[in-house]
Design a protein around this ligand. Structure first.
Ligand SMILES: Nc1nc2c(ncn2[C@@H]2O[C@H](COP(=O)(O)OP(=O)(O)OP(=O)(O)O)[C@@H](O)[C@H]2O)c(=O)[nH]1
Length: 563
């Protein structure tokens, strides 16, 4: 079917939004199968989750899109399904994908009910004034309780229970009804082919042969191959080399029209040129930019170094290639005396960082050392120089039903980035869920803590901690250092200090490792071999004052806690 034939009133643009694991991708697969976009087999489970990491982790990282053709009451409709990432780290991508739509399917697990990201995603859709169709999934589960979930939806979102559709995405139960309701309830885009061309970039990926592939939703006019288009954000002009629709594979077309969703390739060299939220228009026909563009903002920072400095240039090219594909990662060159040359990278959140790391390893075979993540602070330097458990402040509390409560807190980001989510899950036996948004900078009692080996500071370990945490952090890091530094010929004092005040101390006892102890008799070559080995071992050490510190010690101390 040629999509040129589609009148705007036969188009529906929608997203599926859900808390993680509530079955968004499974439902998307079923919709693709019913409309014949993909053939039903066991292998195409979660077709929209393209990246290897996404499949392994079962989470969606990059938004994917598919145009579906659906017959309803003798008419063929073009349904553009825009998949959204399911994790809090990517909420900006969710909000952009949503703004390309007129409606959403809000999927809620029939057993788990409303969770943190159900609420967060609901409000993104609600604020964008979209039609929201609640879909209660997994009704096939033995302990499914759709009645209770419908009550929650009525209470929390003020949506009448009659509007909920009960389905099993896994078995396909009532999935066709979902498509019928999409056609009935979601309005067609209010756009016109006759207007000036205006398109929202809601995702972009990098292709080694063609450059940037930008996914766009047309809010007005039309665009064809050979057209000159401009990015509103950068003001740069490009020529359209290729465009088409996604089904979900790319299908080149000559032209895209208002109301449609598709992809465009226009000689952009890096994804920064097609940032999510940007507006495209025809050269010499400027339009008002679509609202809501904001450059992705890094919230969590970590150092990344090659395992071995000889791998530096290989890793550099891998990092460059990966960042071509993900404009939300910020990169700054950095170097550490202990770990050599590397980078300081900024990510949207912890999961984003892990996914980046995993992609480096899987797609580029790179082995890297990632230091413990930190969050940005603004420091006010005074003339004297710089100096409740998670420091949270409760903001509000709402009972969702007699078993669940939703609480809002103001948290310092630093308290959340490392192990908060794991602890919350374990304390609540997996029942609690969590979502967050940036609340800006707040003043706090923070201090700078140094670590000393025999009185000499180890600069790469210097850290910023809250005053109330200084003692426990100092003690913990000193213990880790003690365990990681081998005994030497003299005693070593490991100390944590705030200014000139020592707040924690461990001692590494003196010891002489006699590598020749096991060599009885006079085999000179064997002795020489052992001595050489010991000397090589020393090369991997960094000398701080008179103390030799193995590289591994830094890695152990800087590395995040192993889960
Ligand atoms: N029993 C049952 N299981 C389901 C159903 N739908 C999905 N699941 C299972 O629930 C798990 C999560 O489903 P996904 O489709 O990956 O969830 P998702 O919301 O896409 O997750 P993210 O992509 O991480 O946001 C998978 O193991 C699915 O097989 C259903 O209707 N019934």
């Amino acid at each position: 079917m040629d999509i040129c034939e589609f009148a705007v009133d036969k188009i529906r643009n929608f997203s599926i939004i859900a808390h993680i694991d509530h079955g968004k991708s499974t439902l998307a697969d079923r919709l693709l199968e019913i409309t014949g976009a993909i053939v039903k087999t066991d292998r195409n489970k979660q077709v929209l989750d393209k990246l290897q990491v996404e499949r392994e982790r079962g989470i969606t990282v990059k938004a994917q899109t598919a145009s579906l053709f659906y017959r309803h009451r003798g008419q063929t409709y073009l349904l553009n399904l825009i998949d959204t990432p399911g994790h809090v780290d990517f909420s900006y991508e969710v909000s952009r994908s949503i703004s390309a739509c007129q409606g959403v399917l809000l999927v809620v697990d029939a057993n788990q009910g409303i969770q943190a990201q159900t609420v967060a995603n609901f409000y993104l859709a609600f604020e964008a004034q979209l039609t929201i169709i609640p879909v209660i999934n997994k009704i096939d589960l033995k302990n499914a309780d759709p009645e209770r979930v419908e009550s929650q939806i009525e209470k929390v979102f003020d949506i009448p229970r009659e509007e909920c559709i009960r389905i099993s995405a896994k078995l396909g139960t009532n999935v066709d009804q979902v498509l019928q309701e999409v056609v009935k309830r979601i309005p067609h885009p209010a756009v016109s082919k006759a207007d000036a061309f205006r398109a929202l970039v809601f995702d972009s990926t990098f292709d080694h042969y063609r450059g940037v592939v930008a996914n766009i939703a047309l809010f007005g006019g039309q665009v064809a191959k050979g057209d000159k288009i401009v990015s509103a954000h950068l003001g740069k002009t490009y020529e359209v080399n290729e465009l088409g629709i996604l089904t979900p594979d790319e299908h080149p077309r000559d032209r895209l029209y208002a109301g449609q969703v598709g992809y465009v390739v226009a000689g952009m060299k890096e994804v920064k040129e097609a940032q999510v939220g940007d507006t495209l228009y025809h050269q010499n026909k400027p339009v008002e930019a679509l609202p809501g563009f904001k450059p992705a903002k890094a919230m969590v920072f970590a150092g990344m170094y090659p395992m071995d400095q000889s791998e530096y240039s290989g890793l550099r090219s891998a990092v460059e290639k990966l960042t071509l594909n993900d404009s939300s990662v910020t990169v700054q060159r950095d170097s550490s005396l202990a770990l050599g040359a590397g980078w300081r990278l900024g990510f949207l959140g912890l999961l984003h960082m892990e996914v980046f790391n995993q992609r480096l390893e899987q797609e580029y075979n790179a082995s890297v050392i990632v230091t413990s993540p930190t969050v940005p602070y603004k420091a006010v330097l005074c003339s004297a120089k710089l100096m409740k458990n998670r420091r949270a402040v409760q903001k509000n509390m709402v009972y969702i039903d007699d078993q669940r409560v939703m609480m809002k807190y103001l948290f310092p980001l630093n308290e959340v980035v490392v192990d908060f989510y794991d602890q919350l899950k374990s304390l609540s036996s997996g029942y609690a869920s969590f979502d967050y948004e940036d609340a800006g900078y707040q003043p706090a009692d923070l201090i700078k803590m140094d670590f000393l080996l025999n009185g000499r500071p180890v600069e790469e370990l210097t850290t910023i901690v809250h005053k109330d945490r200084a003692y426990s952090t100092g003690k913990f890091m000193c213990e880790r250092l003690k365990d990681s530094i081998p005994r030497q010929m003299f005693e070593i004092a490991v100390q944590a200090a705030i200014g000139s005040k020592i707040i924690a101390r461990e001692t590494i006892k003196a010891y002489r490792k006699n590598v020749l102890a096991k060599c009885y008799g006079g085999d000179v070559t064997r002795k020489m071999k052992l001595l050489k080995k010991q000397a090589e071992g020393k090369k991997k050490m960094r000398r701080i004052g008179n103390v030799d510190v193995p590289k591994d010690a830094f890695i152990n101390v800087l590395k995040r806690k192993d889960k």
